[in-house]
Every structure is written in structure tokens, then in C-alpha cells.
Write a protein that binds this ligand. Structure first.
Ligand SMILES: Nc1nc2[nH]cc(C(=O)O)c2c(=O)[nH]1
Ligand code: SF4
Length: 192
């Protein structure tokens, strides 16, 4: 059974796969409580759904790309669910803060968004996304080396871009071009 806060169909607004029409499954709960987090996104009501019940709902959408997000999906062992979706020909991406990579190891794509920049994992993901505000200590990011794509994403408002943080992030990637800007396109487009 899965604790599902919401399921919706939109475009991936972040990272390498930006623009890919995708089915989002948002799971309940997180191991952290970041100040900038939208609480209702993972602490509100949820439904307990079986794998088959989730499959029935996502079949209503034409995309074969699923993004599991939260909350923090890796607080659950999701490998069985991911295998189940893959057996039905879905490509499965997971958004994680890196709590437990082994719980999501069978995913096709893992986006890692470390919240503690003093301890950044070296393996277990396909791209990294740093959430940055104008007050962030980005000096901690300068020594981080990886062959994976490294995204800098402004800490935005719940449904709209934060222009100050965006300007800071643009200046940062221009000064440090190993990093790539990720804007949360959905918040510019006004889609989910
Ligand atoms: N369009 C869209 N793209 C997203 N990429 C990651 C999201 C998330 O909530 O984790 C998200 C989201 O909520 N909406
Ligand atoms: S890790 Fe993500 S979901 Fe968890 S509290 Fe922080 S922002 Fe919210």
C-alpha cells in the first residue's frame, strides 16, 4: 500500500527532463522539515492505495513517464512499486533528498536534492538539484565535483517564481558555469 497525497498529469518543470509530459505521484511524509517546504504537499491528507489502484488511475493519462515525489519518497521501500510500474512499461523517476537511495534503486532516473550541503552523497543518482535562495551559503557548492548534471534551482514561492532568488541563481551559474539553471518551469506557466 502507498500513502498518496495527490496524483496529477503535468510537464516535468525541473532538471534534465524539463518539458517531459509526466504523471506525478506525491507520497505522504518526509524525514526532514525544511523551512521553505510547502507543508500541505506532504503532511496533509492522504489516501492508502494499492499498486493496482494507482495503476488504474495513471492509466487514464497518455504518458508513460511517472515521477514519484513527496515529501520524501525514500522513507518507503519503493523498489517493489517501481518494478511493478516498469513491468507495465512505465519509466519511473524519483525526486529524493537522499534519505535512502537503496529504497529507490530500481528507478530509471533519480533526482537528488541534498538539503545538507556539508554531506552530499557521491553516488546513487542521475542528476543533482540544489535549491538556492539569495541567503544560501553557495560557497559550500563550489568544491562539489560530479559528472552528473548539477542544477541550481531558485527557492520559489509555493505557486510563483521568486524573482530575487532567481536573479541570484542566474548570477551564480554565470559565474560558475559547471552549474545549470533549473527554474521550476511549471510555476512560470501556471500549471501544476
Ligand atoms: N510540473 C511539476 N514539476 C515538478 N518537478 C518536481 C516536482 C515536485 O513537486 O517534486 C514538480 C511539480 O510539483 N510539478
Ligand atoms: S526535504 Fe523536501 S519535502 Fe522534506 S521538508 Fe524539505 S522541502 Fe519539504
Amino acid at each position: 500500500m502507498l500513502k498518496v497525497v495527490e496524483m496529477f498529469y503535468s510537464i516535468q518543470g525541473e532538471g534534465t527532463q524539463v518539458g517531459v509530459p509526466s504523471i506525478f505521484i506525491r507520497l505522504y511524509g518526509c524525514n526532514l522539515s525544511c523551512s521553505f517546504c510547502d507543508e500541505e504537499l506532504h503532511k496533509g491528507a492522504y489516501e492508502e492505495l494499492s499498486f493496482d489502484a494507482v495503476l488504474e488511475r495513471i492509466k487514464a493519462y497518455p504518458s508513460m513517464n511517472v515521477i514519484i515525489t513527496g515529501g520524501e519518497p525514500s522513507i518507503y521501500d519503493l523498489n517493489g512499486f517501481i518494478d511493478f510500474l516498469q513491468a507495465h512499461m512505465y519509466a519511473v523517476s524519483v525526486e529524493t533528498n537522499g534519505y535512502n537511495f537503496s529504497n529507490i534503486a530500481s528507478a530509471n532516473w533519480i533526482t537528488y536534492s541534498p538539503k545538507d550541503w556539508n554531506h552530499i552523497a557521491k553516488h546513487g543518482y542521475d542528476e543533482v538539484k540544489f535549491i538556492v535562495s539569495k541567503d544560501s551559503d553557495v560557497s559550500k557548492l563550489l568544491d562539489f565535483k560530479s559528472y552528473k548534471p548539477l542544477f541550481i534551482q531558485p527557492q520559489n514561492n509555493a505557486h510563483t517564481p521568486n524573482q530575487e532568488n532567481l536573479a541570484f541563481c542566474i548570477a551564480f551559474v554565470k559565474a560558475n558555469p559547471r552549474f545549470i539553471l533549473s527554474v521550476q518551469l511549471h510555476k512560470f506557466l501556471g500549471v501544476e
